[in-house]
Design a protein around this ligand. Structure first.
Ligand code: FE2
Length: 284
């Protein structure tokens, strides 16, 4: 048994985007680990090249393979078809017609891009460290603060306009900020940006993800979001969900116990999960 009874993972990337493994390999892993449910969230298609979003030509097979895996495991494992949908103003959103028409069970909304989107590229906050430095220099006048404030404005806009079922890796803008090289989380402007975005997540009714991927893959060395943000989220009574951001079948429960301990430490007693009966709360 992985973690507590009923704990499942709803942030899962297959080979259709930047993960490794077939849907059935993730399903077998879930069964081995005693998970009753599993949610898939391929990165949505974006209209410019990246090396991690889903190529347009793979979208149909992603949808078809997750649906057929859902049928194959019916009665043994509940499978949910989702998408990790980007929010890029004027380009795409978790509620864009192209996402809505897919007939998904749920949508995990994420901000990865802080602009510009010119058809060639878009700056990401969670790519290589040099990319972030380029974005700060070329797009934000050398000010990391301006980039970070832009990031949280986008999270705020996403919550207000799209209210995704789950808000993914809320503070992933810190991924390339190990050792506080660009900003410090205790600076008043940072706390204000986070606080405002968090209030809009609360008002949207979305579930806040605690994402263990940065620790499992050792990309940032910490969970998203930081413990102090979870403390604020608990004070605001925002529901939470633990997810692995799995890119390999073995990782679908990575660091779940540690994440749960952190949540319990700030006062949470339950996490929210999607079931065939809708969203339910499960003891931590
Ligand atoms: Fe993501």
């Amino acid at each position: 048994m992985t973690g507590g009874p009923g704990w499942s993972n709803y942030h899962t990337h297959t080979h259709h985007c930047d993960g490794r493994g077939e849907p059935h390999e993730y399903a077998e892993s879930a069964l081995r680990k005693g998970m009753p449910r599993l949610g898939f969230t391929g990165h949505n298609v974006v209209p410019f090249p990246t090396n991690w979003t889903m190529p347009a030509e793979r979208l149909a097979s992603y949808l078809q393979e997750i649906r057929s895996t859902r049928e194959r495991y019916r009665g043994r494992l509940e499978i949910f078809l989702g998408m990790e949908a980007d929010f890029i103003p004027g380009v795409t959103s978790p509620v864009a017609p192209r996402i809505r028409e897919l007939g998904l069970d749920f949508v995990l909304g994420s901000v990865h891009f802080v602009g510009p989107v010119d058809g060639d590229h878009a700056w990401t906050v969670d790519g290589p460290a040099e990319d972030l430095e380029t974005a700060i220099r070329e797009g934000f006048g050398g000010s990391a603060r301006r980039l970070v404030e832009r990031y949280y404005r986008l999270v705020t806009m996403m919550a207000q306009t799209a209210a995704p079922h789950i808000v993914g890796h809320f503070d992933i803008v810190k991924k390339n900020n190990r050792d506080g090289r660009h900003f410090r989380e205790d600076e008043p402007w940072y706390r204000a940006a986070v606080g405002h975005a968090l209030e809009t997540v609360r008002d949207s009714g979305s579930v806040l993800e605690i994402n263990t991927g940065g620790v499992v893959r050792n990309t940032s060395g910490s969970f998203y979001p930081s413990p102090w943000i979870l403390q604020e989220a608990h004070r605001m009574r925002i529901p939470v969900i633990i997810s692995a951001d799995a890119h390999h079948p073995d990782h679908i429960d990575g660091k779940f116990e540690e994440a749960a301990a952190l949540l319990r430490g700030v006062g949470y007693r339950e996490q929210r999960q999607l079931s065939s009966k809708g969203w339910i709360d499960i003891a931590l």
